[in-house]
Design a protein. Sequence first.
Lengths: 407, 284
Amino acid sequence: MERAPGHVVNVRDAPPWRGRRLVALPDLLLEAHDGGYAIVVNAASGARLKVSSGLYRILSSFRLPRTLEEAVEEAGDPRIAAGVDALLGRGLLMDADRPMPMAQPLRRAVPYRFCNAPRWVAPAAGDGFVVLGVPYDLGGPGHCRDAPMLIRQRSLDYAYLLDLDTHRPRGWFDAASGERILKGVPIADAEDVHVVYGEKQADTFARMETAMRHALGERSVPLVLGGDRSLCFVMARRLAMRQPLTVLQFAPDTTMAHGEGEVVTVRDVGRRMAALEGIVSCLTLGLRADAGAAVEAGEITVAAARARGLAETVHGAMMAKDVLLAVDVGVLDTSMPPEGNGFSLSEMRDLIDAVGRRHRIAGIGIFGLDAGGMTGGAVAGELLGIVACHLALYAMHGASCAWQGGP
Amino acid sequence: MMDGAGHLTLFGWPSAMANADSGRFCAIGVPSDHGNGVSRGAAQAPAAVRRAASHLASPRHQGVDLGDLAGCGAQDHDTVLVRLAALVEQVVERGLRPLLIGGDHSLTYAPALALQRHGDIGVVWFDAHTDFSPWSAGQGHSHKQVLRRIEALSGVARVLQIGYRGLTIGDERYLGETSTVVTTAQARALDAADVLRLMPPELPWYLSIDIDVIDPFHAPGTSAPVPDGLEPRWLGKVVGAMAGRRKIIGADVVEVNPRLDVGGITSAIAAELLRTIADAPGER
């Protein structure tokens, strides 16, 4: 059934589908129709196709699997055969008994872009950030797949604007430091990686890695909006190809458990990353006090970090020049009122600053935002979405300091 | 005019002005959120805050509670503000001090307008935002630009904004010759005495507390939360010092949104702040 591009059907030849049962794609929707044309949407892929009314009538006659002879009275008309061939060629009609495997799209459109930054169109040559949402949460127990949309939606309060004179990004004024951050730093949003829940994790991860490879220029820094922190594995694998890399995870519980199966989970992602080629070290900071004896080498509790000093904790760790910064927002104290169990936003900012002062932040991941699973309900979830925006922007500022000569 | 008769009053205060001693606080609920473009819900705050206050010990100085300004939902926002300013005028003429329970922050324009007619005043503006958005022709009163309106009133001699924070488009630390902005980061390094030094003692002061000045994990029930805010304890100490050591001619707590609150903790903080103000042995 496959046709080489530009193949012209000679209707006098018996086409290869003659006598076979054909069926219209089950995911088709009719978006518009007038006397001359119809616009058909493939709901599975999002593709829109404009077809003539005649072709649409032929397509409609294949709602159930049948041969052309069963579906259309004038099956011998060469124009009908040409129409069927066109529908097959455009993927609207398929062989009912030998369906072609569907190629999954790499990415999917999103309703909002992070800070309303421009949509990504091509890898940039210079420094800049590429935002990529990955609504995958099957590496852990939480419901984090809505987080990319929530973070992007809340980020619209922090609009990405250009300077009227220079046409460069204006950045934002940070009231806490009295500085303008991310001034002149371009951001582009490459939308979401397409996730098929139920497919093999390796397939999802491969798609994410391909999306990163396509979207990132040589000096681009990815901001991945997860999803759960198992996605950090893909970021580490990809970024370690550039330079030796340390992965610094902020997480409330262990990431160093022994793997129990083929799936990378939130509990073993640290151990699995540590085994990747190019990974110099893998640290986890922010475990809760009740992690107790479960704390593994390379893992530091909130209490231990506070006791030693936040900056000292970061500076005392053995780390490569390039650091992948992965924040599971569960590391934050989100109790209402705060109980001090996790880091505050202010502490997280100090930690990120400490990383940015001595290292090059090669990638940023924001993971683990389960808006519906919080004690404070939807309000707390929304609030955590705002906090996640701040964390992302602070981390981006930390990364951009390396380009701009230090904080 | 009021519909508070027979309803729960703030701290169990009586609801008639007739027998109130001069200088006492006069609570007025303003169940209006038409100036909040983000979210509905602040109109429910007067009732929620009074309920929360009923669990607190009464302040040392008894005031009165006139109940809620009636008809807020059926009138244009301009009309509500005009009526509120007129009511505040009556309260002042009676020798009392208005203590407003908002409602959204645009309401503060009304008491500021009324009070500055009696002489120069200072305004303390506790808020995560500066509320100094640019004018938009044709738009009504908004909680986003209310301080810009107030700062332009001829009788407002000083503005002290405390709590500005977060990531904003522009640098909002300069609001004009008469204004001082203390960011949240700066405020944390100050104690009450430091803050009082920013308030000339010869000036009467109006305190306006937008509950979003507090960290949203302490006070989540508000429509425009900004992370990393002030702690309630710090705010309570500073407000108590202001109420005790400066001439306070009125105050409000606004932008509590019970619809977004978690277990009533935001209303409880608002009630505690009102109690702190009413409890202080300030100049009356």
